[in-house]
Ligand binder design. Structure first.
Ligand code: ADP
Length: 326
């Protein structure tokens, strides 16, 4: 394998708090180890449109506390075509980039895997997504911040729910995963979470009602994971309105609120650890792996596993929520 001298770094797909901390860690660890660093703007799009600049330690000063990504991010259709990836590769060569660090979610790592195989480029991925849906890492960068944002929002909605004695369905992000919903529900004392990993949403809803939903309570909050498999909060609320008109039902969709904000300490530390480990991995000759965190230990997860294996929701969490919401 050719010696790596210059490392390119990009953020791709949905932005997540902590991406900046990861950019900082990768840049600083690379420079510390004697590599040159190139920042690639707008993810794969910038690789194709040649938005590539030298990155020094100063480029990443004062960003650890900022949400979003200073490198910008984009969704790039052209990169899904062999012609687009060919241009991306030519730009990599033009800038003498020998290896890439890609920070992003499931889609971005899928693109990285294909690109690495096609052009024999060493690529290391960092799990950057609020959804926590990448297999092989306990947590993804951005997840803890999003969870805390959800907690902040739901606490406020609870005040209204209690005052008006209402039933709120609150939709949270997560793509096809229920991590934000189930842990958000536990953290806010919600009555339930409707997630795609367990029974159908109708079954989950009916069970909730049969179990004496609301009982002596004067408000109820149900977190719903956005997913075609749950149908979303709006559809569930409609169903309740039809079947159980006695409930005063409301819906809140938290939407993009969940993606922004200054990263929590946990996300900053995770991003810093994983970012520095990405450079160690490249030095060790690793390629086509995502850097993960397993029980506080750094692990290298092959892209194929990180992307294709479904990360299970711990059944203990589901049970804990059920037991505590009586
Ligand atoms: P995320 O990384 O947050 O899951 P996306 O799913 O939107 O975000 O993916 C980000 C980008 O990754 C896409 O816009 C595209 O450029 C690239 N990508 C995703 N899937 C593929 C694929 N199958 N082949 C090549 N590139 C892909």
């Amino acid at each position: 394998m050719a010696q790596i001298k210059t490392i390119g770094i990009l953020t791709s797909g949905g932005d997540a708090p902590g991406m900046n901390a990861a950019i900082r860690a990768v840049t600083r660890a690379a420079i510390y180890n004697g590599f040159k660093v190139k920042g690639i703007y707008r993810g794969y799009k910038g690789l194709i449109t040649d938005e590539i600049v030298d990155f020094k330690t100063q480029n990443v000063s004062n960003i650890i506390q900022q949400g979003g990504t200073i490198l910008k991010t984009a969704r790039c259709k052209e990169f899904t075509t062999p012609e687009g990836r060919q241009i991306a590769y030519e730009n990599m060569r033009k800038h003498e980039i020998d290896a890439l660090v890609v920070i992003g979610g499931d889609g971005s790592l899928t693109g990285a895997r294909i690109f690495a195989q096609e052009f024999d480029v060493p690529i290391v991925g960092l799990p950057g997504t609020i959804d926590n849906d990448l297999y092989g890492t306990d947590h993804t960068i951005g997840y803890d911040t999003a969870l805390n944002t959800i907690m902040w929002c739901v606490d406020r909605i609870r005040d209204t729910a209690t005052s008006h004695e209402r039933l709120f369905f609150i939709e949270v992000m997560g793509r096809n995963a229920g991590f934000l919903a189930i842990n958000g529900a536990i953290a806010t004392g919600a009555e339930a979470a409707i997630i795609p990993e367990i029974a159908t949403p109708e079954e989950q809803l009916d069970q909730l009602i049969q179990n004496g939903f609301r009982k002596s309570k004067n408000s109820s909050i149900v977190l719903v994971a956005e997913s075609p498999r749950t149908g979303g909060a709006m559809a569930l609320a409609e169903r309740v309105k039809e079947k159980y008109p006695q409930y005063d039902t409301r819906v809140t969709i938290l939407g993009h609120l969940q993606r922004g904000g200054s990263p929590t300490a946990q996300d900053r530390i995770l991003a810093s650890r994983l970012g520095a480990a990405a450079i160690d991995a490249l030095i060790e000759g690793q390629r086509n792996v995502m850097i993960g965190d397993d029980d506080e230990k750094i692990v290298y997860v092959p892209f194929s596993k990180a992307i294709h294996k479904d990360k299970p929701v711990d059944p203990d969490l589901v049970e804990t929520l059920r037991r505590l919401s009586i």
